[in-house]
Design a protein. Sequence first.
Length: 168
Amino acid sequence: MSGNWLLVYMLLIWGSGFVEGLGVNWGTMATHKLPPKEVVQMLKDNGINKVKLFDADQSTMSALASSDIEVMVAIPNDQLASMGSYNRAKEWVKRNITRYNFNGGVNIKYVAVGNEPFLTSYNNSFLNTTFPALQNIQNALNEAGVGDSIKATVPLNADVYGSPKDNP
Ligand SMILES: *[C@@H]1O[C@H](CO)[C@@H](O)[C@H](O)[C@H]1NC(C)=O
Ligand SMILES: *[C@@H]1O[C@H](CO)[C@@H](O)[C@H](O)[C@H]1NC(C)=O
Ligand SMILES: *[C@@H]1O[C@H](CO)[C@@H](O)[C@H](O)[C@H]1NC(C)=O
């Protein structure tokens, strides 16, 4: 395929233990370079049925509406601290999740709380803010009545799987 494919740059498999389907990371670069609707069409054309976003960009979300593609939306690391406020977390869920939760809306499955916030290169700077954020977001999802179908999760980093000699 053309260079466009490079924009959706990282193939990965979601699912635990077995191959459920193909998923991709939707790099933020892609959303700037191609209209989201074209990207969504490209995903469909290639049989991609899961996509991970790095935020909850409105035009991307709108393009994904009624596509059936399973979506993981994300809260960037620099917003974790503010999610320590339950009211702020509720607002986030209302504006970024509940509004897309209708018939023909977006098939959201996960909310990624942070982007690999425990990476050693971050010097534990998100250690104190990640878990309160995770808890508040899950509670806000529950309170909004979508907690059964949408789960808050913390994307773990490659570090965690490093060999012992890398992690003294
Ligand atoms: C929606 O999510 C994005 C990405 O996490 C964030 O930047 C934005 O502030 C959120 N909107 C609200 C109203 O919380
Ligand atoms: C982590 O600590 C190192 C060494 O003190 C420093 O050079 C680096 O900028 C820090 N990184 C972050 C993200 O704070
Ligand atoms: C996290 O919290 C502990 C205990 O309150 C504190 O000692 C530490 O400095 C905090 N770490 C960061 C990175 O804010």
